[in-house]
Write a protein that binds this ligand. Sequence first.
Ligand SMILES: Nc1ncnc2c1ncn2[C@@H]1O[C@H](COP(=O)(O)OP(=O)(O)OP(=O)(O)O)[C@@H](O)[C@H]1O
Length: 536
Amino acid sequence: MFGPCRGVARDLDTPLIVGRAAEGGLQLLDEKVSREHCIIEPAGPTGHVLRDLGSRNGTWLNGQLLVETTRLRPGDHLSLGESVLVYEPPFDALRARDGESTLVLTRSPPAPSWNNLSPSPDVLARAGELAVRAALAPSPEAAAHLVLESLHSALQPSALTVLRLGLQGSLRALVARPLGAHLTLSRELVTAALRLGRVLTMPEIQALPEPDKQMTRVRKGQAHVLCAPLYAGGAPAGAICVLRESPFHDEEMALAGALAGAAGPSLCPAVEPSSPDRRRYTPPVAESPSMREALRLASAAAQAQTAVLITGERGTGKEEIARATHCLGVRAPGPFIALHCGALRPEHAEAELFGHEKGALPGEGARPGAFEQADGGTLFLDQVGHLPAPLQVKLLRTLQDRMVHRVGGRVGVPVDVRVVAATHRPLIEAVRAGTFREDLYWRLNGMRIHLPPLRDRPEDVLPLAERFLSRLRPQMGCHIQGFTDEAQATLRAHPWPGNARQLANAIEQALLLMPSGEHIGPGDLPAEVRASKPSP
Ligand SMILES: Nc1ncnc2c1ncn2[C@@H]1O[C@H](COP(=O)(O)OP(=O)(O)OP(=O)(O)O)[C@@H](O)[C@H]1O
C-alpha cells in the first residue's frame, strides 16, 4: 500500500473488506473512505475480483471509476481516499515490488524454489562431469554447446538458448537451438532468476508484443519457459532459457539449475567482475546517520527493479544517490543517463526523452532518445515535476508498456530501463494542484529516498569539503593539502542554504583565489561563508 498506510500488505486468501469501519478487514481511517467501501474476493485458484460496496466517493481502479465487479490484474492500483493499494502476486520473493517481474509471475502458482529442489546423486554427477568438460572447452561458445547438448537430450525442448549478460546490461544469445531461435523473453524473468539465484519456470509470460510465433504460444499458456541463472566470478553472468510445450518437473529444474551452476564460469568467463562505471564509481560522502540511511536505501533499491523517487532540496546530492542506485546493482554494466526535465526546451522535450524518426524534426535524421540510450541501465529524471503534462502521459505509458514510441515512429521500441526520478519540490503538492498526474506519481514513487539539507547533517560538511578538494586538486593543478582548524570551524558554522553544491563552489572559489600556501584558511573562503562566525 501507498499513502498513509504505506507498506501494509495483506494476503487475499479470503474476502477482504476495505473501509473506514472494516475492523476485520483492511481499515483505512480516512474521511473520504466509506465505512465499507469495497471488497476484494478470491475468484478461481489464483485470481481476485474487486467490487464496490456502494461507497460514497467510489472505488477507483487504475484511475477509472469502478462500475461493475472487475477481475484484478497484477499491477492494478486502487485509489481510495488518500490511499493507493497495489494488487501484487502471492510470490514472496518478489513482493518487495520488483518492478514488473511480479506481473509476469502472478498468474502462475509460486514457482518451486531452487533451494527446495535437491538434485539427485545422478544429477549432481552429471553436473560435475559437465563442469569439467566445460572448463576444458576451448571457448565459451564450445562450453555453451556442451551445456546445450546435455540439456537438449534431457529436456527435449522446442527451443533452448544460452544468454550472456553483456557489459551494457544487454542479453545476447551465446548459442541457440534451433539455430537462430529467438525467445523474446521477459527481461524481468531473467533478472528475477539472477536475483533470487534459482531456477524459475512459468506457464505464461508477459512477452514483448511482437508478432513472434513462439511467444504467442507462450502467452496463451500453450508453452512453458524455464530460466536458470548463470554466475561467473560471483557476479550475474547470464541465463539458460528453455521453451517447451509441456510443463517442467522438479527433477528437470534441478538438472537445469545444477548444470547452469556448474558450467556458468566456463560459459561466461569474460564477464568483468566490475563494470567501467563501477570501477570508476566512488560512493557519495555519507558520514551523517541520515545520509548513511539514504545510501543504505539506495543500495537496497539497486538490487530491485522498482522505480525510485529521490526527494530533497536543491544541491543535496540527489544525483549522487541516483548514481548509487545504478552503480551498486545489477544494472551497473549498463548506461546511466541523466535528463534534467527542467532544462528541456518544450519543442524538443518529447524527442529528447523518446527519440525521433527521420523527418520528424526539421532537417534531422533519426535519433534515439534518453529512454533508448538508457536501455539495459538507468534513466535518471531530475526535476521530474517540470515534465510537461503531455509528456507525463507518454512517460506513464512507456513505463507501463516498456515500449518507447519515437516522435514520428509507427512501431514501439522495446526498452528495459529502470527510472530513478528526483524532485526538490514535494511532488504530491503538484499532484494536488493538478499539475502532475497522480498515476504517474505512484508509478515513480516505488521507493522513496529523502535527502535532508546539509545544515541538518553537519557530520557531512568537512568530509564533503575534503572530497571536493581532492576532486578539484588535479583539475586545478594545485597542491593544497587541506583546511586550517579555523577554516574547518568556519565551514562547520555555515548553514549552507545551497547545500553540497554551494560547498563545492566555495572550495573551488577558494582554490581559484588563494595566493599560495598549503592549507585553505578562513580568509580564503567566500565572504558569505566567512560571515558565519564559529561559536567560541
Ligand atoms: N554526498 C555527496 N558525496 C559527494 N558529492 C556530493 C554529495 N552530495 C552532493 N555532492 C556533489 O554536490 C554537487 C551537487 O549534488 P547533486 O547534483 O547530486 O545535487 P542534486 O540534489 O541532484 O541537485 P539539483 O536538485 O539541483 O539537481 C555535485 O557536484 C555532487 O557531486
